[in-house]
Design a protein around this ligand. Sequence first.
Ligand code: HEC
Ligand code: HEC
Length: 336
Amino acid sequence: MWRKLGLGALGLVGVVLVGGGAFVGYRLSVFPPTFPDEPQSDLRPSTDPEVIAKGRYLVDAVAHCTVCHTREEDFKARDSVEGILPSGGHEWVMGPMGTVRSANITSDPETGIGAMSDAELARILKHAVDADGDPKVMMVAVGPMADEDLVAVMSYIRSLPPVKNKVQPSELTTMGKVVMPLMAPAYLAPKPDWPLPPRVDDGEISVARGNYLANGPAFCFACHSQPVLSPRLGVVEPRFAGCITPDPDPLDPEMELCAPNLTPDPETGFLAAWSEDAFVSRFRGGRAVEHSPMPWENFGLMTENDLRSIFRYLQSLEPTRRVTGPPYRKAGWTPG
Ligand code: HEC
Ligand code: HEC
């Protein structure tokens, strides 16, 4: 999602804007935007081992917290990311706008969140703002989930052993502070109130479970639809019809990425000819596109029943005709 920012275009606008000194002074005086009126959350962690185990599955697999909360080298060096400790330090370098870094969320009191109150942790997870109402930059990219699952996530996070790893705070440059709130305010805003299907517990394979996962904690819809970045994060409906504007590959300017149309349209749906077994094996097979933002390592840890549920849910959608093309291709690709 973060990559949807269109760094090149933003940089250009930034150069123009930074020309106006008074304007820049004003923009800096209102940075960061704060949201003190965002609700508090009264959810609190539990020490019940069953709840902690559910939280571990969410953090490791479905809600893919660890893809962002570990250093990329450590994450990619492992054969399996199961149980990897989210000690922070993943970096998103945004050129002239600055660098965002993920926090150490293990229980270390000095470098992790051991000293953070439960109330603040709950508010960050539910609304992506801290105790002061300041936005926690990328936490807006965490899928919505039922309170029961949020409690499980908090409980697992609280149960983690401390890892000492001091992460430098994120820093936006003057240009970043001016440009980002104007062009992509969604990244500096609280989480939107996404509509959430009823929670269905894991267990049986069902369309309802797939619906909850794909529109909730797995957040599949957010990438597999066209995002809207202003003023709060949204998507162009219908969901799951794939990208309209592709994202530049952040590490290779010659290439671009487009999250494919996952609706069952016979001509343009990416999964139209897939069997359920092929879908499961694809998720067990892991990453094919090295720079893809899709957290394949985490999703590969999902249970077979959950993957089958997601497939059945996607197959149950209204088909939407939208040509999304090859997911990874030369920049500037056009159909035909
Ligand atoms: C898309 C990447 C991404 C995902 C996914 C993500 N986070 Fe974060 N998270 C971040 C970044 C980046 C920060 C630091 C934000 C800042 O500096 O404003 C952060 C901050 C936090 C904080 C605040 C830490 C502090 O010391 O202030 C907590 C707690 C947290 N994340 C927990 C989680 C949990 C639990 C999940 C999974 C449910 C998760 N995050 C998923 C990127 C992510
Ligand atoms: C952070 C963004 C993101 C999220 C979240 C995400 N995807 Fe993707 N997905 C992509 C992108 C980008 C591609 C194209 C590059 C690739 O294949 O990795 C892709 C590719 C795919 C493909 C095609 C793979 C192939 O074989 O070519 C499938 C199927 C898919 N996603 C399903 C899902 C499902 C199901 C979920 C939720 C469980 C999901 N995605 C969540 C971004 C995302």
